[in-house]
Design a protein around this ligand. Structure first.
Ligand code: PAF
Length: 208
């Protein structure tokens, strides 16, 4: 497994792969790291279904509001890389924010309507940040298939709309939510829950 930190190096790797395997498929799993079993199921799907399996680990500042948890978002590079290695990922793209955003971005990708309401109603600009980084990652990695968890159902719908509207040549594969035995959906942010909140959280699943 190679860990790649620059866009140029990523493009060089992909060019070499395409030269050696002109018909080979590239599967891509974008993540913000702090990987759990839910991510692992996406990584395994990409590994099993594609010739080259690529994951990205990037906590994307664009999708966090000014009062959100960008700084506190959990990070554990060593553990994440061990998970990717165990699953058999070929390339991990792990850029710094300065590599992805060397200058302030003047361009953003907005998907209207599908981004409104639900999560979008409480997090202004969140889906613009998600679409902008995912569009950049798709341009850098040029995957044939990209894997997203249905836990973030609105995100999947927004990404599918963006891909359709902009004719991006990538097949979006939504994958089932992975849950704790008591029904709580796995999420990197579950570490924020107090013991009491953790006990209460499965009520959401029972209500669904
Ligand atoms: O779902 C996530 O972890 C992020 O929103 C994504 C798709 C990796 C974009 O930063």
């Amino acid at each position: 497994m190679k860990v790649i930190r620059t866009i140029k190096q990523m493009r060089d790797e992909l060019r070499s792969f395409r030269k050696l395997h002109p018909e080979g498929s590239v599967g891509f799993v974008p993540t913000m790291g702090y990987l759990h079993e839910g991510h692992e199921s996406l990584l395994r799907a990409a590994r099993n279904e594609c010739d080259l399996a690529v994951a990205s680990i990037f906590v994307n500042p664009l999708q966090f509001g000014p009062n959100e948890d960008y700084e506190q978002y959990p990070r554990d590079e060593q553990r994440d890389l061990a998970v990717c290695e165990r699953v058999g990922i070929d390339l991990v793209f792990k850029p710094e924010p300065s590599e992805m955003y060397p200058k302030p971005m003047l361009t953003k990708v907005t998907v209207d309507q599908v981004s409104a309401g639900l999560c979008g109603a409480n997090r202004p600009g969140h889906f613009d940040g998600v679409c902008t980084v995912v569009a950049k990652l798709f341009h850098i990695i040029q995957p044939d298939q990209a894997y997203f968890g249905m836990k973030d159902a609105q995100q999947v719908a927004v990404i599918m709309q963006m891909v359709e509207d902009l004719n991006m040549p990538v097949n979006i594969i939504p994958c089932p939510t992975v849950r704790e035995p008591d029904g709580l959906a796995l999420s990197s942010r579950n570490v924020y829950l107090t013991a009491e909140e953790r006990q209460q959280a499965p009520v959401l699943y029972r209500a669904l």
